[in-house]
Design a protein around this ligand. Structure first.
Ligand code: HEM
Length: 432
């Protein structure tokens, strides 16, 4: 089902869909590019993109400390995620956060609209038509045309600039490449195509999970204002009390981000309460399950195993007061009742198939918090949203789940309801 869902962007031939030795080979090629050391070299570029994000927020605030208009926070988060991926993977600015997004951003977003898991008979019938398949294939080929020059450039790039994800993957592969008469490395077409599919899953993984998580962080902060004060205190202590100097300080010493332990706790606690993705693994003849306290083994062969991180994260046997937002859990020392047991937090999953983009995601989320919590108030704005929908003649849906309007919904992955309608005001300018 995963391959079918991802087909419009990666033809089902990406890391997420691969298994066994094929997966292992590609994962090993890309791991170095996503390593902490390599991602650190990209921090100045990521800062530029997060700065653009903060400018978008400034533009959407009401000015003079007033609340601005309501807007779907997920959309601006997705634009940021896409631009960050563009920098780290392609070393280019995709300008998705600007008025004039790159043609690649536009084509990719259009193709995304063809991806959804549905039970609608009308849509299912449309999808098996030759016309739908032709449209999907043509658009995927168009996306390939956009990315191909970046891939071939990455293959022959010998500059001293930070290593893109493409370049580091190629360095792993270089030994196998032929060399043409001019001494340039000759990229193999099959290799280029396969790299393209992997890049597409990186764009998808980054865009999807980050755009889900960023609004959730701000929702948790709205519900827990004491955590905002603690975040601000940590940023003042580590980065200095003038927020406008933070970017320069981080550029000069990117490892300073490692000192933001409470900020990391806020990110991990948000992912504990609202994991962004799910994990399903194919059962194996050699893998049996044992239930605690029982001797009998349960075979898994022929079954799909659902490793439900949300269930694990919400179990009081694993996390004290699981429904309480407590970032302190992640700095509690061993022996403290808040200290989580080893391997019990699965925000990015565990083991060899854990998220390849974890280091990148954490850097982005930390920078988003550094650039916002001392400068803006960010809150849900459902009343304004309902009015806007009424004025547009659209249905107003006030349903809640466990008292929360921003519940999880989505056509395949877990998105916040209505894209998380929020509004923003500037801090420190005389709040209205
Ligand atoms: C808050 C941000 C993110 C979260 C919470 C997240 C979470 C996860 C999780 C839980 C998995 C494992 C899924 C499974 O068990 O099947 C995963 C896999 C993956 N993620 Fe992320 N992710 C995030 C950001 C990113 C970014 C920024 C990228 C790339 C730019 C990325 C690329 C991938 C890929 C390619 C896989 C599949 C890895 C494999 O199967 O080898 N993710 N992610």
């Amino acid at each position: 089902m995963q391959g079918e869902f991802l087909n419009p962007i990666s033809n089902g031939k990406d890391l997420n869909c691969m298994h066994g030795s094929e997966w292992h080979m590609w994962r090993s090629r890309f791991n170095p590019g996503f390593s902490r050391t390599n991602i650190r070299t990209w921090i100045p570029a990521i800062i530029e993109e997060v700065d653009a994000f903060a400018n978008v927020l400034r533009g959407l605030s009401g000015g003079d400390g007033q609340w601005g208009q309501v807007f779907p926070f997920e959309q601006i988060s997705s634009n940021l995620a896409f631009d960050v991926t563009g920098r780290v993977v392609l070393d280019t600015r995709l300008n998705s956060q600007s008025l004039y997004p790159s043609p690649f951003t536009i084509a990719y977003r259009e193709q995304l609209s063809r991806m959804e898991i549905t039970l609608s008979p009308r849509k299912l019938l449309w999808r098996i038509t030759p016309l739908f398949k032709l449209i999907v294939r043509r658009k995927r080929n168009l996306l390939f045309k956009h990315l191909r020059p970046f891939i071939t450039k990455g293959i022959n790039d010998a500059s001293n600039s930070p290593r893109t994800i493409i370049r580091s993957a190629v360095e792993e592969y270089t030994g196998e490449l032929g060399v043409d008469g001019t001494g340039a490395k000759t990229p193999d077409d099959a290799f280029i195509e396969q790299v393209f599919y992997q890049l597409m899953i990186f764009f998808f993984g980054g865009d999807d999970a980050l755009s889900i998580t960023i609004p959730r962080v701000f929702r948790q902060l709205q519900l827990n204002p004491e955590c905002v004060a603690k975040l601000q205190a940590e940023h003042d202590a580590v980065l200095g009390s003038d927020p406008s100097l933070a970017a320069e300080k981080i550029r000069e010493a990117p490892h300073i981000l490692d000192s933001l332990q409470y900020t990391l706790g806020v990110i991990k606690e948000t992912l504990r309460m609202n994991p962004a993705t799910i994990t399903i693994r194919e059962g194996q003849p050699t893998f049996n399950l044992k239930i605690n306290g029982e001797d009998k083994p349960w075979p898994t062969d022929g079954f799909d195993l659902f490793d439900s991180s949300i269930t694990i994260h919400h179990d009081p046997a694993n996390f004290v007061d699981p429904l309480k937002f407590m970032p302190e859990r992640f700095s509690a020392l061993e022996g403290d009742k808040l200290h989580p047991a080893r391997n019990i937090w699965r925000g990015f999953q565990l083991g060899p198939r854990k998220c390849i983009g974890q280091e990148l995601a954490v850097v982005v989320l930390k920078l988003v918090l550094v650039f916002t919590v001392r400068n803006f108030d960010i809150e849900m704005a459902w009343d304004k949203w309902d009015k806007v929908r009424e004025m547009q003649g659209l249905k107003v849906d006030r349903r809640t789940v466990e008292g929360e309007r921003m519940y999880t919904t989505g056509k395949a992955t877990s998105h916040p309801k209505h894209g998380a309608p929020m509004h923003v005001r500037m801090r420190n300018s005389g709040k209205g």
